[in-house]
Ligand binder design. Structure first.
Ligand code: FE2
Ligand code: FE2
Length: 327
């Protein structure tokens, strides 16, 4: 059982897939300082590289990421870890929580490297409506699980927990980051902010692994709790995904008030629907939008690239590095 069963020993594994995902995630180790920010610093300090609109956009996206990864980490440790009692799944969750801390470190490293106003990036932008709406939508599921008296021993509790898992792994980890990823990674395609983009590429790869584990976890949970996977709950999960899509439309409209950077809002609308369909299919539900093709195929390449290929084409480094160790 994934939940409500305390097994003090790790082996023999009940879910070998969870152990494999854990080992795979650990291979993906990286640190923000491994990536050179030198050209980003020069481009950020000097005029002529980035417009005011672009600077504003970059800070806004960093704010979204920085604030959201804190919620992500809290949800894993305080909500999911508490109720998923299987030891090999818990191994994965601890590794994932560590990676979320690396992501937060990465955003802080970018903000510090570029000498951005920390209060502005971490505090002010948090108040932006479309960022706050994304955050609040996720927080409601998380807070429901944190409520005193919440238990997975009742049918209602198990259903709420599954809703949280779907909102979190499918909606948040699987969808809510991706418009922002595209917006920021697109700078690298114009040879701008290459270091920042490289940080993001690692994060994208981590997130796609988190999402893969989450999908397996959800499917396993459903298999063990068939009684709660009713037509009503399925409809509710689909509706939540549709809501995530609407939040993304609003976020993109706000971030990209006009078509700039070679990107259009209609591309994003198609992209988020394409992702939504793939994610929802992965948990056994029918696609909602019928969007078969991605307008950003280069994003798939980033997600699928093995770390070695991308990481080593620009520098020679050990795969698992001891960079920066202090004794
Ligand atoms: Fe993350
Ligand atoms: Fe994640």
């Amino acid at each position: 059982m994934l939940i409500n069963e305390i097994r003090p020993q790790l082996m023999p594994f009940q879910y070998p897939w969870a152990w494999d995902e854990f080992k795979n995630l650990c291979k993906n180790h990286w640190l923000p300082q491994e990536i050179s920010m030198a050209s980003d610093i020069a481009q950020w300090k000097n005029q002529g590289y980035l417009t005011q609109d672009e600077r504003h956009l970059i800070k806004k996206i960093l704010s979204f990421f920085a604030n959201t990864d804190v919620l992500v980490g809290d949800n894993i440790i305080m909500a999911i870890y508490k109720h998923i009692t299987n030891p090999e799944c818990r191994q994965y969750l601890t590794a994932q929580a560590f990676q979320e801390s690396i992501h937060s470190w990465s955003y802080s490293h970018i903000v510090e490297s570029l000498s951005m106003d920390q209060q502005e990036v971490f505090g002010e932008f948090k108040k932006v409506g479309t960022i706050k709406d994304k955050h609040d939508f996720q927080a409601q599921f998380f807070e429901g699980i944190l409520n005193e008296g919440f238990t997975t021993k009742t049918k209602e509790g198990r259903a709420l927990f599954l809703k949280n898992l779907c909102a979190y792994y499918v909606g948040m980890e699987g969808m809510q980051f991706y418009s922002a990823f595209v917006l920021l990674l697109n700078f690298k395609r114009r040879n701008l902010l290459v270091g920042t983009s490289e940080q993001l590429e690692y994060i994208v790869r981590d997130e796609s692994l988190h999402c893969r584990f989450g999908t397996k976890l959800i499917n396993q949970y459903i298999e063990e709790n068939r009684d709660i996977w009713t037509p009503e709950l399925k409809a509710e999960v689909s509706k939540n995904i549709e809501h995530v899509v609407e939040l993304e439309d609003a976020f993109v409209a706000d971030s990209l008030p006009r078509d700039i950077l070679g990107l259009s809002r209609s591309q994003f609308a198609r992209y988020i629907r394409y992702i939504a369909d793939r994610r929802i299919e992965s948990i056994g539900l029918d696609p909602i939008y019928g969007e078969e093709e991605t307008p950003f195929p280069w994003m798939n390449e980033i997600m699928d690239l093995p770390k070695e290929k991308n990481f080593f084409e620009t520098r020679v480094t050990e795969y698992q590095t001891g960079f920066g160790l202090e004794w």
